[in-house]
Design a protein around this ligand. Sequence first.
Ligand SMILES: C[S@@+](CC[C@H](N)C(=O)[O-])C[C@H]1O[C@@H](n2cnc3c(N)ncnc32)[C@H](O)[C@@H]1O
Length: 218
Amino acid sequence: MNKYSKELASKYTQGRDKYSGTDAKLFELIQQVGVKDKDVLDLGCGDGRYAAKFLEMGAKSAEGIDISPAMIELAQERHGNIEFTIGDCENMPYKDESFDMIFSNFVLHYCEDIQKAFSEITRTLKKGGYFIGIFNSIETDNHNILHKQMPVLLGEDDPVTVHNLMRLDGEYQDTIKSSGLNIVEFIDEPNSYAFVDPNFEYYSDIKKLKNMIFLCRK
Ligand SMILES: C[S@@+](CC[C@H](N)C(=O)[O-])C[C@H]1O[C@@H](n2cnc3c(N)ncnc32)[C@H](O)[C@@H]1O
C-alpha cells in the first residue's frame, strides 16, 4: 500500500533536496550522540543518502532498509558499497541488539502498526543504543479520521502525492514509551513542506500537520 512506484521513487529523489530543511535539527542530535564507531541503520532509507553520510562521519557500519524495491534499487545504484535491504520496519530481518543507532527520516507515519515498528526498533537496538527519528502527526478534533490514509502533497510547484496514516502526537509518545525506549528529547514544529491534499474528504477537519523529532535511548 505504501510502496513507492518506480516513477514516484525517481520523482521523489529528484526533488529530494527541497525537503532538507529539517536535516540540521536531526544532525544536531546525531552529533550530540556521536556516530563514530557505531553500527547504524537507516530505517526507510529511500535513496540511501543518510547511510552514506553516516559512513562519511565515521560510523563503523551503516546500512539501509526500505519497503519499496524501487527505492532500494536507486540506493544500490547510488551507493554500491553499502548494504541495502528490501524490508518492512514492522518486521525487520535483523538479530536482536544489532545496532547502536537507528535513524529514520519521515518514514514511521507510513506504518500501519507503529507498536510493531517501535517494538522492532527496540528489539534491534543494542542496550544503551539510540533512536533518532522525525515523522508526521496531525492536530484534529475529529478523532474518526485518525488512522485513515490521508493524501499528502510534498512540494508546492510540482507536488508528489503520498498516502500517510495519521495519528495524534500523544499516540506516538505513548507507543514509544511502552516499547521500552526512553524519550531523551522531543521537538515538535509545524510541517512546512507537506500539505494535505484539498480533495481529501476530511480536509477541513485537519488543523495542522506537524513534524515530531525524537531522540530516544534504550
Ligand atoms: C518520505 S520517504 C523518506 C525516504 C528517506 N528516509 C529520505 O529521507 O529521503 C519515505 C520512505 O519510507 C519507506 N517506507 C514506507 N513504509 C515503510 C515500511 N513499512 N518499512 C520500511 N520502509 C517504509 C518508503 O518506501 C520511502 O522510501
